[in-house]
Design a binder for this molecule. Sequence first.
Ligand SMILES: NC(=O)c1ccc[n+]([C@@H]2O[C@H](COP(=O)([O-])OP(=O)(O)OC[C@H]3O[C@@H](n4cnc5c(N)ncnc54)[C@H](O)[C@@H]3O)[C@@H](O)[C@H]2O)c1
Length: 243
Amino acid sequence: MKIAIVGAAGRMGRMLVKMVEEKSVAPELEVGWKIDIAEGFDKAWGDDCEGVVDFSFHAAVPELAEKAAAAGIPYVIGTTGLTADEQARIDECAKKIPVVQSGNYSLGVNLLLGLVEQAAKVLGAGYDIEVVEMHHKHKKDAPSGTALMLAKAAKAGRGGGEFVFGRHGETGERKAEEIAIHALRGGSVVGDHTVMFAGDVERIELVHKAQSREAFAAGALRALVWAKGKAPKIWTMKDILFG
Ligand SMILES: NC(=O)c1ccc[n+]([C@@H]2O[C@H](COP(=O)([O-])OP(=O)(O)OC[C@H]3O[C@@H](n4cnc5c(N)ncnc54)[C@H](O)[C@@H]3O)[C@@H](O)[C@H]2O)c1
């Protein structure tokens, strides 16, 4: 299966190219096209391209996804930080092709999403929910797509909630319905996420630490193989890992 990798010169893109070339995860995959504006790589893939994996920049995604939709090939989106307009264009593409979209392709985080939803449901309103993430200093969007997914899982489990992004100045007392999200940046951290449930007599913390970008790349490559021949819609890693 000959594929295109978008953002091929970036941190994730380089890992994806390496893993496909080493045939460590999905031996049937072959790098056909490396696409990246920074390196002046090919801006287009050929007619024999069978799928695309995109870890680039949010503004780049819709045009290329539309090209994949016209060609009828699956598109796996790892890129985060899409605007509402950009997301609406992806939703349109998903009427024609299978699109897999996830803010995090690692097995561990996808397991954590289920645990967070369950914890929020069991613990209820007496436990204040705070999500803290830390990433390397080069990351361009905040909070991370994963932190948003975790906050949404907590909201689903709790049955409601109001997102608060960081705190500054005279904030007043914390409201019970708040689900706060905090983004730290520094050094070379691949991706740390903590979901905290703070009660009056105890505190529970669910923590995930990615140690290598391999965790995301492996999931995204598996997702692309899985998506081939699937129905047009937006699929998530939950569909792929847990059915
Ligand atoms: N979903 C996940 O599991 C997951 C994991 C890690 C990173 N990410 C996301 O993936 C994206 C890339 O992360 P990164 O750390 O590799 O970033 P990076 O900055 O190292 O790499 C991005 C690459 O995309 C290229 N690019 C930018 N605009 C482009 C365009 N118009 N066309 C083609 N290429 C373009 C850049 O030149 C760069 O080489 C980010 O949005 C990040 O949040 C997602």
